[in-house]
Design a protein around this ligand. Structure first.
Ligand SMILES: CC(C)(COP(=O)(O)OP(=O)(O)OC[C@H]1O[C@@H](n2cnc3c(N)ncnc32)[C@H](O)[C@@H]1OP(=O)(O)O)[C@@H](O)C(=O)NCCC(=O)NCCS
Length: 194
């Protein structure tokens, strides 16, 4: 498959109660910028997925980079928004590691109030399936610090098999290189159980 066929095309995915919307300059009202600032200040996100969105100016720069990823076809970053009031709940990001080879990586974070109701699992499943079906993704990798049990559960729930341990592979928000679990899902793997 050629890289021109392996393209992430901006789309909106309906999860029922929440919507996955491509990140970009739009929508970027003050509430959404506040949500990004709150995400950066959350200690769990700051530890496992530090965000450079400490204020509105930084959040706008962050949004420009997401817009650019869609424009250049290097990534598919989605905002997860409440279907009722459009409030920011979290994010799921699928991006190419090797586009020519169909190898991608997925990541996510959710605001504290949105956690613990299966939303991260449903959103990550939806983006994974979308990548396989529409963008020619062949394999998606998911890595998380071994101490991040919630992320490990999301990976399992979404059908990402544990393939091994990467030693001191990533620098996290506490300034420590943690060991990570490497999980992955292939386009040919069966859909995980609901
Ligand atoms: C990881 C994260 C997205 C999970 O969000 P969530 O809303 O709790 O996820 P879900 O509701 O879909 O729950 C998924 C599973 O995690 C489990 N879980 C949630 N919090 C947990 C915790 N602190 N410890 C252990 N398991 C936990 C849930 O019980 C559920 O497992 P189950 O389906 O077997 O019962 C969220 O904790 C987060 O944003 N963390 C900070 C950023 C981050 O870690 N990003 C990932 C970097 S790799």
């Amino acid at each position: 498959m050629s890289t021109s066929i392996r393209t992430f095309v901006r789309t909106t995915l309906d999860l029922g109660g929440a919507t996955l919307h491509p990140w970009g300059r739009e929508p970027a009202g003050p509430e959404l910028l506040d949500g990004l600032v709150a995400a950066a200040a959350d200690p769990t996100i700051a530890l496992w997925n530090p965000l450079a969105t400490a204020d509105h100016k930084a959040a706008r720069t962050w949004l420009e980079a997401r817009e650019d990823a869609w424009d250049r076809g290097t990534g598919a970053p989605f905002a997860v928004l409440s279907a009722t009031d459009g409030a920011l709940l979290g994010t799921v990001n699928l991006r190419w590691v090797d586009r020519a080879d169909g190898l991608a990586m997925i990541g996510y974070w959710f605001l504290p109030d949105a956690r613990g109701r299966g939303l991260a699992t449903r959103a990550t499943r939806a983006v994974t399936t979308w990548g396989f079906r529409t963008a020619g993704v062949r394999r998606v990798e998911l890595a998380h610090a071994i101490g991040n049990e919630a992320s490990c559960r999301v990976a399992h729930r979404c059908g990402y098999l544990l393939e091994g341990t990467l030693r001191e592979s990533h620098l996290f928000g506490d300034g420590v290189h943690h060991d990570e679990h490497l999980h992955a899902r292939l386009a040919t793997d069966p859909e995980p159980r609901p």
